[in-house]
Unconditional design. Structure first.
Length: 321
């Protein structure tokens, strides 16, 4: 195939041919480059897949966006995995551009999740650590606020300790609960000018609070995110979902494999899909270790734990032999 002269071959091959090496590693077809001509060798399906990958990479570059090693690897994975969506449609769907950084979905499941947030009033994002569940939800919340679709953002999570004991912390109530809410502040700092965040918090335009603060309220014209929802009880999940007011949207995120509730307490996130699966305007979206967008090793760690846990015998109920 011939790469258009408007596309610099260095952008296709990568610095020091880094992207070319990824293509050679991830694709079954042989990839040979001479000038702006790329020759592909192999069986017809292998050559077709390689040609599609290269076409998608050229499409991304023609939108004015640069390629990264991660984007090249994900494009190969989507094409080889025969996903029905063009990788370029995923990799060029911008949510926010802030301080020189563009936030966009990086996998097909992430794109489906983001699209579901646009189309539905209540959306669940369920998956392991690092899949962008909370980060993308916060990005969509900031986008909705900037577009005046909502008047405020409310970020909440249950104050349940993840296998640790914070002890009797000094300070005010806000000081004591701040460690639980810090990941939400971190996401905000990535998307907004840090100097404006205190003003937005003081004005109530952005509220970051533990789940207990939601009881008894009706939340209108708000984008509401419940994070770490696996640590809600059945009663807490019902309480939270019924806070929904007019003009509002709810996104619930969590990982059902990391429940930190005391023994015997049923996770509201584990049970909610069976209860609400048939209710209109509610969308359940599942992400996997293939959607992890942190360090590559995180995805491998998640996959290794999944395999280990699948091999463990079921626990023996107490009182039975």
């Amino acid at each position: 195939m011939t790469v258009p002269v408007s596309v610099d071959m260095v952008n296709i091959l990568g610095p020091g041919d880094e992207f070319l090496r990824i293509l050679e590693r991830e694709l079954s077809a042989g990839v040979h480059v001479r000038g702006n001509e790329i020759t592909l060798t192999g069986s017809a399906p292998e050559v077709d897949a390689a040609a599609e990958v290269l076409t998608e990479l050229v499409t991304v570059l023609r939108t004015g966006q640069g390629l990264t090693a991660d984007a090249v690897e994900r494009t190969c994975a989507m094409v080889v995995g025969r996903e029905e969506t063009h990788p370029s449609d995923v990799l060029t769907q911008n949510i926010l551009s802030s301080r020189g950084k563009t936030i966009r979905p990086k996998t097909l499941n992430q794109k489906r999740y983001v699209d579901a947030i646009d189309k539905h009033t209540v959306v669940f994002g369920i998956g392991p650590a690092g899949t962008g569940k909370t980060y993308l939800a916060v990005a969509k919340a900031v986008q909705a606020l900037q577009n005046k679709q909502v008047n405020r953002i409310i970020l909440t999570r249950p104050a349940v300790e993840a296998g640790e004991h914070l002890g009797f912390l000094p300070g005010t109530l806000n000081d004591k609960i701040d460690p639980y809410l810090r990941p939400l502040y971190d996401a905000l700092h990535d998307m907004l000018d840090p100097n404006t965040i205190p003003r937005l918090l003081t004005a109530g335009t952005i509220e970051v609070a533990p789940l207990a603060y939601m009881r008894g309220r009706t939340l209108n014209d708000a984008f509401i995110i419940l994070d770490e929802a696996q640590n809600t009880s059945m009663e807490q999940m019902k309480m939270f979902l019924t806070r929904l007011g007019f003009g509002s949207k709810i996104v619930v995120t969590g990982d059902v494999t990391q429940v930190d509730l005391p023994g015997g307490t049923r996770s509201g996130l584990r049970e909610v899909q069976a209860i609400l699966d048939d209710v209109a305007d509610i969308s359940f979206n599942h992400l996997t270790n293939h959607d992890v967008v942190r360090h590559k090793l995180v995805g491998k760690i998640v996959a290794a734990y999944d395999v280990f846990e699948a091999q463990q015998p079921p626990p023996v109920a107490r009182g039975h032999r």
